[in-house]
Write a protein that binds this ligand. Structure first.
Ligand code: G3P
Ligand code: MG
Length: 245
């Protein structure tokens, strides 16, 4: 069994504004093994990195990403809500993030944010972008929309995909096998030792989210989680044995 990997949720979002270049840079500095980020489609069909469907919470703008063009989104201050030091953060595109981590060996967990807005064509566009950067071997696509993951597998069978879900599923490896996904990404309270063991017996990886307390991290490390998605990659790294990676 390999060591639990450290995935920085929305970048190192404990110390920098989520889903910004600053947060991804800080994840790299903190020796994370991977980053998690969320993608949407703008009005002009660009791949936009942000958590919410609307820009209101994390920028000085308002409205839905789907109704704004990339040029309009790029005008927004995406960092001041978190702290004055981040007033120059803009809304990143997926290409900008892939470019940033291209020279590293960081894994990239791209969450397709297509539960509220369906974003037709999102899967195809993300796959094309990942292929353009030749990062298929270290990208994992995830979504709470599991039909979207099946579509990803249809378009690109080699792409690693993980099914996100929030609560107590019985024998999730059976469902994962039915879906044809490579991993489950459960809420951490749904990731017990038995579930991790059952998944591993069936070749399914387990990457729980979003784990910020040390006690919970320790339980999941001991349960054998393949990766833990956290806002505090530094905290998780300190709990793992070895020289960092
Ligand atoms: O991918 C794990 C986690 O990010 C899922 O929930 O709402 O933080 O995107 P959310
Ligand atoms: Mg996410």
């Amino acid at each position: 069994m390999s060591q639990t990997k450290v995935f920085a949720h929305r970048g190192f979002s404990g110390i920098a504004p989520e889903n910004t270049m600053a947060a991804f840079e800080k994840a790299l500095e903190a020796q994370a093994d991977g980053i998690e980020l969320d993608v949407h489609l703008s009005r002009d069909g660009e791949l936009i990195v942000m958590h919410d469907e609307k820009v209101d919470r994390t920028t000085n703008g308002s409205g839905w990403i789907k109704d704004l063009t990339l040029a309009e989104l790029k005008q927004l201050d995406n960092g001041s809500w978190f702290g004055k030091d981040y007033e120059n953060e803009t809304v990143p595109t997926l290409a900008e993030v892939l470019e940033l981590v291209g020279d590293s060996d960081l894994a990239v967990n791209i969450e397709l944010k297509n539960t509220i807005i369906p974003y037709p064509g999102l899967e195809q566009k993300v796959i094309r972008e990942v292929e353009r950067f030749q990062m298929q071997d270290r990208v994992i696509l995830s979504s709470f929309r599991h039909d979207s993951l099946q579509l990803v597998k249809k378009i690109c069978p080699a792409m690693q995909v993980g099914a996100l879900y929030a609560c107590g599923m019985v024998d999730p490896w059976v469902y994962a096998g039915y879906l044809g996904v490579d991993a489950i990404h459960p809420h951490y309270l749904a990731a017990t030792e038995e579930i991790v063991a059952g998944c591993h017996r069936h070749g399914i990886r387990v990457r729980p989210y979003t784990v910020n307390e040390e006690e919970d991290m320790k339980c999941l490390i001991s349960a054998g989680a393949d990766a833990i998605i956290t806002n505090y990659p530094d905290r998780l790294r300190r709990l793992l044995p070895g020289d960092g990676k």
